[in-house]
Design a protein around this ligand. Structure first.
Ligand SMILES: Nc1nc2c(c(=O)[nH]1)N[C@H]1C(S)=C(S)[C@@H](COP(=O)(O)O)O[C@H]1N2
Ligand SMILES: [Mo]
Length: 331
């Protein structure tokens, strides 16, 4: 009742987020902390409070997208989550700046709606699909994945998403499709980094068809129980947990099926350092640093480095795809 009364008098200039934050503050002051938590989407996921989001109740998703309900999954149970604060303020997203704190700051006004994704290349026919329709393609589920950046740090993130295979099925690739290429938005008006020649925009990534169809590969539309924050790739980004983070293209606007191996942005930038596969592999150092260990973000100042595992620990699910391949050459 209090909630309704409050929202009735909201002037139209105030954004839904401000409305939400005001309401939550009000409820907290009135001693309705639990209710406020429920409004933030935490009710369905009470475990988040114990896993790092409790310190972040003053934050709400900056996304304008409303997610349908999602279910829990078998993936990643038991892993200690990287705190929400770190997941959303320590980012790589060069379209919004090259330092880790910049994406959270510069993506505040980014608009992930309206959004359409175009499907092109080796398909039955070119088509486009809205983010709303993408969200109806498959049931959403939460998957806790270990994520490893090629720079040597890692996180454990509770993503919400669906198997990329479901979107590919809808896309109807033809028999010539051997690879899938993903293109991120490059909008200089919304993304200040795109005005700088740090990379050859737009950001492009790719997967071999079997990698794209692997059950571990997901399109993420949320994390920590809420719609994907802008800095994490709203409204939809790729998540491939056995590969380095660079493969996880954010804010995807185009999916193209190809016969030839796509040339990714990082391959183009520095071909001797970044290969197409980018599988996590402690045996193959980056030319300028080792890949044998990683720093787990948010684990604390005195936490030691963790041993990096082959395929980021997902060998059982993905190792078979690389049987007989020289992973030193195909790095
Ligand atoms: N469009 C785009 N996607 C991107 C990047 C980027 O700069 N631009 N950085 C990549 C890198 S290097 C990493 S490690 C992950 C980081 O994702 P996160 O910030 O959600 O943890 O996003 C990947 N996706
Ligand atoms: Mo990365």
């Amino acid at each position: 009742m209090i909630i309704q009364k409050k929202s009735d008098i909201i002037p139209s200039e105030i954004t839904p987020r401000e409305v939400f934050e005001n309401r939550r503050k009000f409820l907290q002051q009135a001693g309705f902390g639990l209710l406020a938590g429920a409004a933030a989407g935490l009710l369905a996921n009470p475990s988040y409070a114990a896993l790092g989001k409790s310190t972040s109740l003053h934050r709400v998703s900056n996304s304008l997208i409303k997610l349908p309900p999602f279910s829990k999954s078998q993936y990643g149970g038991g892993e200690k989550l990287t705190p929400y604060e770190d997941v959303t303020t320590y980012n790589n997203y060069y379209e919004f700046g090259t330092s880790k704190d910049e994406p959270a700051i510069h993506s505040k006004l980014f608009k992930p709606v309206p959004w359409t994704v175009s499907i092109e290349g080796q398909v039955k026919k070119n088509k486009t699909i809205s983010i709303e329709d993408i969200l109806k393609l498959a049931p959403l589920e939460e998957r806790i994945y270990r994520m490893r950046c090629i720079e040597g740090w890692s996180m454990v993130i509770p993503w919400i998403g669906f198997p990329l295979a479901q979107l590919i099925k809808w896309a109807e690739p033809n028999a010539n499709a051997k690879y899938v290429e993903f293109t991120s938005l490059a909008d200089a008006h919304q993304m200040p980094g795109v005005n700088l020649p740090v990379l050859d925009w737009p950001y492009v990534e790719g997967l071999r068809m079997d990698e794209a169809m692997n059950p571990l590969t997901i399109m993420a539309v949320g994390l920590y129980g809420e719609a994907l924050p802008n800095q994490n790739g709203a409204p939809m980004r790729l998540v491939v947990p056995w590969k380095y983070g660079i493969k996880g293209a954010k804010a995807i606007v185009k999916i193209r099926f190809t016969e030839e191996m796509p040339i990714t942005t990082w391959m183009k930038a520095i071909p001797s350092e970044y290969g197409f596969y980018s599988n996590v592999n402690p045996q193959v150092p980056h030319p300028r640093w080792t890949q044998t260990s990683e720093k787990r973000i948010g684990a604390g100042l005195f936490a030691g480095r963790i041993k990096t595992l082959m395929f980021n620990g997902y060998t059982e699910q993905v190792g078979h795809m690389y049987a007989g391949m020289d992973l030193r050459k195909n790095f």
